[in-house]
Design a protein around this ligand. Structure first.
Ligand code: SAH
Length: 202
């Protein structure tokens, strides 16, 4: 599958119907999701691999990983109604995904997910609840040796020191997350947020 083909398929997926600002439910824009997944695939981290999407939301990263040939994809989210949308999206894209309703902060969540080869995630950035991204890093390092995560631009040094002793930053790829007006406190129709795709290996 080509990059623009993947992007188009992901673009057509259903988004959040009633997004929660507390859970920072922003959908990854299709070009950014496709870029992360394509890059991971070129590095050999998707095809034939068991992948986990932590905080899957409507499933864009999980579905993209499945379309690029992952052997199994587990998609985890705390929000039940959102998982229903993700299920419909997976059906629409004709891919099989194991959905798990769980809180990444719960210490039993990693064992419920089981060992994976790669985590892909766009966790909450911590704009509503400070440090909301930390349990995502903890859970991802507990289940997989490779993590592709989307973070606010400038997160590199925090992420590097937070994972020290458990993993190392292998790559940082700059990108832009386009967020359509989602909440009443958003002023602009579309906001372009500079982000970093950070790749951690342990
Ligand atoms: N990965 C999706 C959604 C990103 S928004 C995408 O790329 O489009 C962040 C997601 O994390 C939301 O769906 C939210 O419900 C989920 N989330 C927030 N806190 C969580 C927690 N503690 N445990 C599991 N999921 C959580």
């Amino acid at each position: 599958m080509k990059l623009n083909q993947l992007e188009r398929l992901l673009e057509n997926l259903e988004g959040f119907s009633d997004p929660s600002s507390l859970l920072e439910q922003y959908r990854t824009s299709a070009p950014l999701a496709a870029r992360l997944l394509f890059h991971a695939a070129l590095k050999g981290d998707i095809e034939g691999r068991r992948i986990c999407d932590l905080g899957c939301g409507t499933g864009i990263l999980a579905i993209g990983a499945a379309l690029l040939g992952a052997c199994e994809v587990v998609a985890v989210d705390i929000d039940t109604p959102v998982l229903e949308i993700a299920r419909r999206n997976a059906e629409h894209a004709r891919v099989d995904i194991l959905f798990l309703n769980a809180d990444v902060k719960d210490p039993v969540t990693p064992s419920r997910i089981g060992a994976c080869d790669t985590v892909v995630m766009n966790p909450p950035f911590g704009a509503q609840q400070p440090h909301a991204d930390r349990p995502f890093l903890d859970a991802s390092l507990a289940i997989a040796p490779v993590v592709y995560g989307i973070f606010n631009a400038g997160s590199r040094s925090f992420v590097g020191s937070y994972v020290a002793g458990r993993g190392e930053i292998d790559e940082v790829i700059g990108g832009v997350l386009s967020i359509k007006r989602t909440f009443s406190f958003h002023r602009d129709e579309v906001r372009e947020i500079p982000v970093e795709i950070i790749v951690i290996r342990s």
